[in-house]
Design a protein around this ligand. Structure first.
Ligand code: HEM
Length: 484
C-alpha cells in the first residue's frame, strides 16, 4: 500500500487513476458507484445517477422544499421536544445522524414518512455495527455477515417501494450498469451508507468548533438572523438561491471540512499505468501499474507546510485559495478543491452527493442556530482543549472509538498486509453541548433570553472523532510515503 501525501501527486492520481482499490471489494457495497473497481460500471452508474444532483432543475424545485420542511420540523418540533421533555442532555450527533438520514430518504430518495420513521435508526445502527469490531475475529465476521443481510434487505425494500424522489426514481430504473437486481440493490446500499453520517458529522464538528468560539458563533448568528429578517420582510420562505446569502456560513463549513474531513482517509485507488511519485527528500519513486494507493486528505488539510503555522487553528477567515471556498455565484456542482484541500476528493471520481450535503447542512444549521444556544458540556468540555494534539499515545487514549481490524488479501500474486479502518464515533461520541430552546425569533429577544441560562435543557453534541489511527500515526511520523 502506497500512501501519497504530496499535493501534486495526490491531485494527479485522483484525476488519472480513477480505478478503486481492491480494498473496497471487502466491503458490503458490491459494485455500487462508490466501491466498484470496474471503470465501465462506475462511469455508467455515475452518468445515470448524476441526474438526481442537478442543482437548478432538480434541487431548487424538487429537493430543497422537502429539505427545508424537514429541517424546520426537526428543529422546531423534534429537538424542542427533546429539550423540553427528555433527559437533561441530548446527544446532538445522534439527532444530526437521524436528520441526515431523514433528509436522504425523504428529500432525495423520496421514501414515505412511515418507511423513514421505521427504518432510520435500525439501518444507521446496522451501518455503524459493521465498523465496530469484536475482540474475536470470527465473531466480528459473523456480525458483518448479519449486518450485510440487513442492509441488503433494507435496500430491497427501498426498491420495492418504488420511491418517487429524484434519486429514488433513478435507483429503480434500469441503467446500462445497474440493470440487474443485485446492482440496483448495491446502488441503494451505497447511498444509505455514504449519504448520512458524512453530513451529520460535518454538522456535529461544526457545532463543536463554533461552541468554542463566541466570536464565530455571534457572526454566524448575525448572518443567519439577517437572512431570516430579509425573508420575514419579504413575507416568504427560504429558497435554494438564498443559500448564496450565507458566505460566512460557507467559510465555517469549509473550515470544518478542513480540520474534520468526514472522510479523512480520502480514497484508495489502484494505479492504472506505471507512474512516478515523490518520495522522501524529493526522490522520485517508480510506482508499478496495479499498486494500491491511499490519499488521506486529512494529512493535506492539516499540513503546516501547506497551511502555515495556523494549520491547527479553526479559522474560517483564513486565506482561502481559488476554488477552496465557495464564492457565491452558485452552490451548484461546486467541488471545493485545491492541491491542499479536497474534502470530497477530486474529479472525476469525487463525491456525487456534495451538492446535496452542502445544501442540507446549510438548511439544518440555519434552523438550529436560529432557535438554539449551544455550548460544550462535560465530558467534552474538559477534553476539547486537547482534542487536536496528535501523538500516537494521545490519539489512542483519547480516541477509543476508532475501529481497526487487520486483514489479509492477495493482489496480483503478492500478499499485502492492510489495515482496514473506519470510525464508529457516532456510537461513542463524547462531545457534549448544552442547548436551550429559544422560541423567540429575533436576535434581540434571543440575546435577552440568553442572560438566564436554563440549565435544564441540554443537548449532547455527540461528536464523532473522525480520526483514523493510521492517518494519525502518519501525521505524527510526518512521512511523505509509506510502503507496507
Ligand atoms: C459532508 C458530506 C460528505 C463528504 C465530506 C463526502 C465525501 C466523500 C468522499 C471523500 C468520497 C470519495 C470516497 C472514496 O473515494 O472512497 C465520496 C464519494 C461518494 N459520496 Fe460523498 N461525502 C459527503 C456526503 C455525501 C452524500 C450526502 C451522498 C449521497 C447523497 C454522498 C454520496 C457519495 C457517493 C455515491 C460517492 C461515490 C462517488 C463515485 O465514486 O463516483 N456523499 N464522498
Amino acid at each position: 500500500m502506497l500512501v501519497v501525501n504530496d499535493p501534486e501527486d495526490a491531485e494527479r492520481i485522483l484525476r488519472t487513476h480513477v480505478k478503486k482499490s481492491v480494498l473496497y471489494g471487502a466491503a458490503f457495497l458490491g459494485d455500487g458507484v462508490l466501491s466498484t473497481n470496474k471503470n465501465d460500471y462506475w462511469i455508467n452508474q455515475r452518468k445515470h445517477l448524476q441526474e438526481a444532483f442537478f442543482p437548478n432543475s432538480v434541487f431548487a424545485h424538487q429537493v430543497f422544499p422537502k429539505s427545508l420542511a424537514r429541517a424546520k420540523y426537526a428543529a422546531r418540533e423534534l429537538l424542542a421536544k427533546q429539550c423540553r421533555d427528555g433527559p437533561p442532555v441530548v446527544e446532538i450527533n445522534e439527532f444530526l445522524l437521524n436528520e441526515a438520514m431523514a433528509q436522504l430518504q425523504l428529500a432525495l430518495i423520496g421514501e414515505s414518512q412511515e418507511f423513514m420513521d421505521r427504518t432510520n435508526k435500525p439501518i444507521r445502527t446496522t451501518f455503524a455495527n459493521i465498523f465496530t469490531p469484536e475482540p474475536e475475529l470470527n465473531a466480528y465476521l459473523a456480525k458483518v455477515s448479519v449486518c450485510r443481510r440487513e442492509i441488503h434487505a433494507w435496500s430491497n425494500e427501498v426498491l420495492a417501494n418504488q420511491p418517487q424522489g429524484p434519486l429514488g426514481k433513478l435507483l429503480v430504473t434500469n441503467c446500462p450498469a445497474i440493470d440487474d437486481a443485485k446492482m440496483r440493490r448495491d446502488a441503494v446500499s451505497t447511498f444509505g451508507f455514504a449519504g448520512h453520517d458524512t453530513t451529520a458529522n460535518l454538522m456535529t464538528w461544526c457545532l463543536y468548533e463554533v461552541c468554542q468560539n463566541a466570536g464565530i458563533m455571534n457572526r454566524l448568528r448575525a448572518e443567519i438572523d439577517a437572512v431570516y429578517a430579509m425573508l420575514d420582510a419579504e413575507r416568504r420562505d427560504m429558497q435554494y438561491a438564498d443559500l448564496q446569502r450565507l458566505p460566512y456560513l460557507s467559510r465555517v463549513i469549509a473550515e470544518t471540512l478542513r480540520l474534520w474531513p468526514s472522510v479523512p482517509n480520502g480514497t484508495f485507488r489502484e494505479t492504472e499505468f506505471d507512474d512516478v511519485v515523490k518520495g522522501r527528500g524529493g526522490a522520485m519513486v517508480r510506482v508499478e501499474k496495479g499498486t494500491q494507493v491511499n490519499i488521506p486528505v486529512w494529512l493535506l488539510h492539516t499540513s503546516p507546510a501547506l497551511w502555515g503555522p495556523t494549520a491547527e487553528v479553526f479559522d474560517p477567515d483564513r486565506q482561502w485559495q481559488g476554488e477552496e471556498i465557495w464564492r457565491g455565484q452558485a452552490l451548484a456542482a461546486w467541488n471545493p478543491q485545491s492541491l491542499r484541500y479536497m474534502p470530497f476528493t477530486g474529479a472525476p471520481r469525487d463525491c456525487i452527493g456534495k451538492n446535496f450535503a452542502h445544501m442540507e447542512a446549510r438548511v439544518i444549521l440555519c434552523e438550529l442556530l436560529r432557535h438554539y444556544d449551544f455550548a460544550l458540556a462535560e465530558p467534552t468540555l474538559s477534553r476539547a482543549a486537547k482534542a487536536r494534539r496528535r501523538t500516537v499515545d494521545d490519539f489512542i487514549v483519547r480516541h477509543p472509538c476508532v475501529t481497526c481490524c487487520a486483514c489479509r488479501l492477495t493482489h496480483r500474486g503478492r500478499a499485502l498486509r492492510v489495515r482496514a479502518c473506519r470510525w464508529a464515533g457516532q456510537q461513542h461520541g463524547h462531545h457534549v453541548s448544552q442547548g436551550r430552546h429559544l422560541p423567540a425569533r429575533d436576535a434581540a429577544t434571543r440575546a435577552a433570553a440568553a442572560q438566564a441560562v436554563n440549565s435544564r435543557a441540554r443537548a449532547w453534541v455527540g461528536g464523532c472523532f473522525l480520526i483514523n489511527l493510521w492517518t494519525s500515526w502518519l501525521m505524527s511520523a510526518g512521512s511523505a510515503l509509506l510502503f507496507f
